[in-house]
Design a protein around this ligand. Structure first.
Ligand code: BGC
Length: 295
């Protein structure tokens, strides 16, 4: 499996797709991220949880950031430790500068450094535009966009201080911004959320351009509809699921593991020449499925 990924070929892909035993690929390649220290924000549930587990399975020590539900964060820590790596939960609101600075300080004290940041924490506060309050606007921009700015800034500071450690990774550090298909697709009733994701696109690309000479790789993942608590109303009933599928050419909802595998790859040296890219993991949602039969 490791050999196949180090030297991917069309044949490897075909074999894994047609082998009934391997329809559920392993979440991560054991050892791929050995010795790396990763921070995943919003890691107590949903996509963040899936990513944190996969990074741990791939050999990284992982900080599980969360802001509510201590028990859930602890459960993720316990599961990660089951992979034989270290895990630590840190409560911090990513939209609060003091808390973010303190979180990085604690991580560096315990783990020594930070090699990988997955800026994932995000939320929705949906409202019709006429009804949207300033509090709803500010909350979403604060967590989704300002939170990524604050965490990325602290990560870049630590990466620059440390420099490249070739035995660990050929890059000084890796940042993965969790975006959304809504960095491209407008979303009525969710103007705050779509604006935050559009902002993440420019934040990610501007930062990637600025810090690439320092050998810091910044990229984003843009998930489509993934089965998590944030969008439960879009998939919990058969009717909702059926209607969601009209937006997904690939014909199934995404699972957190679909995002987790992409994150492991982007965090690893396997993607060393990938800089400033948004990887859409969306079952084709951004392909304008309505145009398959219309237009
Ligand atoms: C949102 C989900 C939504 C998906 C596709 C995500 O970014 O958080 O609520 O289902 O985009 O529209």
């Amino acid at each position: 499996m490791l050999a196949a990924l180090q030297n991917p070929s069309h044949e490897d892909v075909v074999v894994s797709q047609t082998d009934p035993e391997s329809t559920a690929p392993k979440l991560a390649i054991p050892g791929l991220l050995k010795g790396q220290k990763a921070l995943v924000t919003g890691a107590n549930s949903g996509i963040g949880r899936g990513v944190a587990l996969a990074l741990g399975e791939a050999g990284a020590d992982v900080v599980v950031n969360y802001v509510v539900d201590d028990d859930a964060a602890q459960a993720v820590v316990d599961q990660i430790e089951g992979f034989g790596v270290r895990a630590l939960k840190i409560k911090a609101d990513v939209s609060d500068e003091t808390q973010v600075v303190a979180m990085f300080k604690q991580m560096i004290k315990v783990f020594g450094t930070v090699d990988i940041l997955v800026a994932n924490a995000g939320l929705q506060r949906d409202a019709a535009f006429k009804e949207m309050t300033l509090a709803e606007w500010n909350k979403v921009i604060g967590v989704n966009l300002t939170g990524q700015f604050l965490c990325a800034r602290e990560a870049v500071r630590e990466f620059s201080r440390r420099g490249v450690v070739p035995e660990v990774s050929c890059a000084t550090g890796k940042i993965i911004c969790m975006s959304s298909v809504h960095q491209e697709i407008p979303w009525g009733g969710h103007a705050n959320y779509a604006s935050s994701k559009g902002g993440i696109k420019q934040l990610m690309e501007s930062l990637a351009q600025e810090v690439a000479p320092l050998k810091i790789r910044v990229n984003a993942i843009a998930p489509g509809a993934i089965r998590t608590p944030i969008n439960i109303s879009a998939w919990k009933t058969p009717d909702a699921y059926h209607s969601l599928m009209k937006l997904v050419p690939y014909g199934r909802i995404g699972e957190p593991e679909d995002i987790a595998r992409a994150a492991v790859w982007l965090a690893s040296d396997q993607s060393d020449y990938v800089v400033g890219t948004t990887l859409f993991v969306d079952g084709g949602m951004t392909l304008y499925p309505g145009f398959a039969t219309g237009g």
